[in-house]
Design a protein around this ligand. Structure first.
Ligand SMILES: [Zn+2]
Ligand SMILES: [Zn+2]
Length: 311
């Protein structure tokens, strides 16, 4: 349960980027479901490379399983993009998402095709692919990006926070998922999305993903996120850092190790940022257009709220 911007909602632990032996994963669809179910997950989306799965053939092990696919159209300067497509029909036409030798940028065609089917398209691991913020900002109809991707951490490109902030700075306030992008045992259970909605149905989960009603995490959990009358507040499981992020050098620290300068490591479970004070005329010469919170626990595990616009 979470109080999410004034609404009491359930939270559902989701891994929305999942591979199996249908493409290059090491686990069969049934094996990967069993693993995630035993780890306490509620929702899975199967996203094999350029192949959908026949969901009715998969034992869901008590979870909700959504049909998806990872598409790879050429991305202009980058020869091959990775687009995470959630809730697409099993007979989805993949021809638009295949890499073609002419290298022509076809990312927008994939996004349009997914949206036309009522699905959602997220930009997967942009830092790993080598994309720049302006190349993502030029796309229309994206549902979000991945802020964290477990399978790309082995080459040092798991986090996309800087690129996320660059997009926000350009006025493109996209929400962001954390995913395992599981292929093999080393990818299991290190980042997930907590979907905040009323019930565990495809309709309710997809509506929440579309509206940004979720947060992403590697461990810490939010209990309340609120923004009212210019005041942002959050409550969460114990962490050692709570940092509000905004444009340029505008980071706002509520708690961090040795913030007091005495070597102390705090344990905090709430924070409060008064935007009227932080962004008041005269307080800053920087025009700020967004705010998001990231918290980090003693093990270095992050959780991220989605960005909200600052008027
Ligand atoms: Zn990928
Ligand atoms: Zn993938």
């Amino acid at each position: 349960m979470i109080e999410f911007y004034g609404k009491k909602l359930n939270t559902y632990r989701a891994n929305l980027h999942t591979h199996s032996t249908t493409s290059d994963g090491k686990f069969t669809p049934n094996q990967v479901m069993e693993l995630y179910s035993k780890a306490g997950y509620d929702v899975m989306c199967m996203t094999d490379h350029l192949k959908t799965n026949h969901i009715a053939d998969i034992d869901p092990h008590g979870m909700l399983v959504i049909s998806g696919i990872e598409m790879h159209p050429a991305g202009g300067r980058i020869h091959r993009s990775h687009l995470l497509c959630i809730d697409v029909p099993e007979d989805f036409d993949i021809s638009v998402g295949e890499y073609r030798r002419d290298g022509e940028n076809r990312m927008q065609e994939v996004i349009d095709a997914v949206n036309a089917e009522g699905g959602l398209c997220f930009f997967a691991h942009p830092y790993w692919c080598g994309f720049r913020a302006e190349e993502i900002a030029a796309l229309n109809g994206l549902a979000g990006i991945e802020v964290y991707n477990t399978s790309t951490r082995y080459i040092g490109r798991a986090y996309n926070m800087q690129l996320w902030d660059e997009l926000c700075d350009m006025g493109v306030l996209l929400p962001a998922l954390a995913v395992d992008d599981v292929h093999r045992p080393r990818d299991l259970f290190l980042g997930w999305t907590e979907v905040c909605c009323e019930e565990r149905t495809t309709e309710s989960i997809m509506a929440a993903l579309k509206s940004g009603s979720y947060y992403s995490t590697q461990g810490p959990r939010f209990k309340r996120i609120s923004y009212r009358d210019g005041i942002f507040e959050a409550e969460f499981t114990p962490v050692t850092s709570a940092i509000g992020m905004s444009n340029q050098c505008r980071g706002f620290c509520a708690a961090a190790p040795n913030l007091a300068g005495d070597g102390s490591v705090p344990e905090v479970t709430s924070c409060r940022f008064d935007m009227r004070d932080l962004f008041a005329p005269g307080k800053t010469v920087i025009k700020c257009n967004y705010f998001r919170l990231q918290i980090i626990d003693a093990e270095g595990r992050h959780a991220w709220t989605n960005p909200i616009p600052i008027p």
